[in-house]
Structures are given as C-alpha cells and as structure tokens.
Design a protein around this ligand. Structure first.
Ligand code: SAM
Ligand code: SF4
Length: 333
C-alpha cells in the first residue's frame, strides 16, 4: 500500500469521468475544477476506457481496493458501462455517485457491467425546491433510485448537501429513506471553499447535536470514523469535512480528473500529476508522486505540522495536530 507522509494509507480511487453535467446545482464544487460544462460541450479530453483500465491496473498493484466513478455527471457518458466493466476485473469494488436523473434506464446495464453500489444526490423531496437547488426535475431521480434498488445496487445512498436552504429538509429525508428498504441517507456538509457562498454554511455542530438527540442509536463506523445514526428504520451518516482535521487524517482517497490527472485532495488543484502518455513505470511514479505531495487540508495547511520523514508502507500514527487552529469560516460557530 502507498502511504503518505502523514501515515495515511491510500485505499480508494475516485475517478471523475467527465466535467459535463445536465444539472446546474447552485453549490456544485465539481471536484474543485471550476464550473461544469453542458452535456453537449466538446469532450475530446475526457479519460478513455483504456486509460481507466491502466489506472485501475496500477492502482491494484498499490493495494487500492475500491473505485468510485463521479463527475460532473458520470451518466452523461454513454460508455460508462464499459468504464465499469474495464475496471471490475482489476478492482471489483466499483461504485458510482450520480445525480440520478438518467439512472432509471441504466441501473440494470450498470449492474450487469459489475457496478456494486450507487449514491444518488437528492437534497429535497419537494419538486420545486429540488429544481431551484439542482436545476433539474425530481421525478426522474426518484425513478432512478427505484431502478437502482430493483437492480440490487444497494445500499443506495441518498446524498443530501446540508446548507442553509436544505436544513429544514432533514426530517422529510429521514422519513423517505426509512420508508424504503435498501436506502441510506448520507448528509454532506456544504463545502464553501470552492463556491463563493460562505453564508450558506450551517453550524454543523448543531446538526450533529440534533442527530444525537433524536436518533435511537449512534455508532462510529470503523472506516473514516464516521458516526452513523439510527432513526427507527432509517440509517443516517454525517460527512463533515469542513475545518475537521480528524476527517482529513482519516482520508484514504486519491482522485483522478476527467483529463486523467492524479489529484491528492478535493480541495486542491495545485497538486495535479498528469498521467497521459506515460508507460507503466511512469504511471507508477505518478502515483508515488501524488501521494508524496498529499497534505491533510483541514488542519494540515498549517506550517507547524511536521510530516513523517519519508513515504513508506502503512501502520504509522498520523501526526495531524488535532489542536491546530482550523481556518476561520464565516457563518459557522
Ligand atoms: N453529478 C453527480 C452528483 O451530483 O451526484 C456526481 C458529482 S457531484 C460533484 C458529487 C457529490 O458532491 C454530490 O453528492 C454533490 O451533491 C456533492 N457536492 C457538490 N458540491 C458540493 C459542495 N459545495 N459541498 C458539499 N457537497 C457538494
Ligand atoms: Fe455538480 Fe453533480 Fe450538480 Fe452536476 S449534478 S451540477 S456535477 S453536483
């Protein structure tokens, strides 16, 4: 396994297969690479099936265990099934994050290609509010979720971004996932770093307190140390990266951009390592380079943190300083 200078072994690969999208979410960070492009925009630069296949082969050599396809909207790509089937023989644990709007017709073909699970982003079950946040229609997304359940792409995680406009939607979303076997709710803290609306950020501590007070049971997942809240028949997980050094110290993921560059952190674009045209040894070096440059973003971009002396194999304690003062962010208390 490749381990960075902070003792974080890398086990997951998140591959953005396109920058194009048929929605226009008000909060979209698009992997930190600027605004999404329209579905019919030129896209010659997008990562190819052969490139994904080679990246997966090298990732497997380095002990990477799971791949998640994302975007932009990955279902804009008509060859997503082929991207999945090219990956599965190398890394069987392949999942997808999608806006769900084109999932209904493709859930079965994707399952047949080897896809295991799907996350569908849905911040509201009110069609008008949904459209005002995501710039698209809710009904096809609900059909997509039902098709994913039927195809066995479970658990289907419903991703809800928690920001000011969606805060009041929590009870309704909890009821929605609780009412259907196979669904889970994943609450994602709005990340204001990449979108110029810091005033949308909410006090995530109060959301956590609300969950703790209202859930019937709380457990901490081993992976990522995330808390999982049980509400009657609904399971709810909170992903709260912002200003959270513990989140970054538990981050075991590297990313691939739609142009095939390796990327060490969602919140950085100064660490891209191109891979196009490299031979196998060059590709291995690219993985080593991006991992050497990985720095925990929250709590890590402070100069007094001292990384471990060299990149090596796993098992080291993280030196992330939990007392480090996090960057200030308006709208949060
Ligand atoms: N188009 C797909 C979708 O919407 O699910 C995949 C790409 S999208 C960039 C991946 C996830 O990031 C979605 O769940 C989306 O809601 C979330 N997301 C986008 N911008 C965000 C932000 N500023 N803060 C938190 N989550 C965000
Ligand atoms: Fe961004 Fe996904 Fe929304 Fe498209 S659907 S605008 S990629 S968050």
């Amino acid at each position: 396994m490749l381990t960075d200078a902070y003792g974080r072994g890398v086990t997951d690969l998140r591959v953005s297969v396109t920058k194009r999208c048929n929605f226009g979410c008000v909060y979209c960070h698009d992997e930190g690479l600027g605004p999404v492009a329209r579905p019919r925009a030129r896209h010659e630069e997008e990562i190819t099936i052969a490139e994904v296949e080679r990246l997966a082969a090298v990732a497997r050599e380095f002990g990477i265990r799971s791949v998640k396809f994302t975007g932009g909207e990955p279902l804009v790509r008509q060859d997503l099934e082929s991207l999945v089937s090219a990956t599965v023989p190398r890394i069987p644990d392949v999942s997808l994050t999608t806006n769900g709007s084109m999932l209904a017709a493709r859930a079965e073909p994707l399952r047949d290609a080897g896809l295991k699970r799907v996350n569908v982003s849905m911040d509201s079950i009110d069609p008008e509010q949904f459209r005002s946040i995501r710039g698209g229609a809710l009904a096809p997304v609900l059909r997509g979720i039902r098709a994913a359940l039927r195809a066995g792409l479970t658990p289907v995680k419903v991703n809800m971004v928690v920001f000011r406009p969606t805060l009041d939607n929590l009870p309704a979303l909890i009821d929605y996932v609780g009412g259907t076997e196979g669904l889970k709710l994943q609450l994602i803290q709005f990340m204001p770093e990449l979108v110029p609306r810091r005033d949308w950020a909410v006090d995530i501590g109060s959301v956590r307190r609300w969950l703790e007070e209202n859930a019937s049971r709380v457990r901490v997942r081993e992976m990522h140390h995330r808390r999982v809240y049980r509400f009657d028949r609904a399971e709810v997980e909170l992903v709260d990266p912002v200003d959270n050094p513990e989140f970054c110290s538990n981050c075991h993921r590297i990313r691939v951009t739609h142009r095939g560059e390796l990327k060490g952190c969602l919140n950085r674009d100064d660490d891209l390592v191109p891979t196009r045209g490299l031979d196998d040894e060059g590709l291995r070096d690219a993985f080593r380079r991006v991992i050497t440059r990985r720095v925990p973003y929250y709590g890590g971009f402070v100069t007094h943190l001292v990384p471990l002396p060299q990149v090596g194999t796993g098992g080291r304690a993280s030196p992330v300083d939990r007392s480090a003062s996090a960057p200030a962010g308006p709208g949060r208390s």
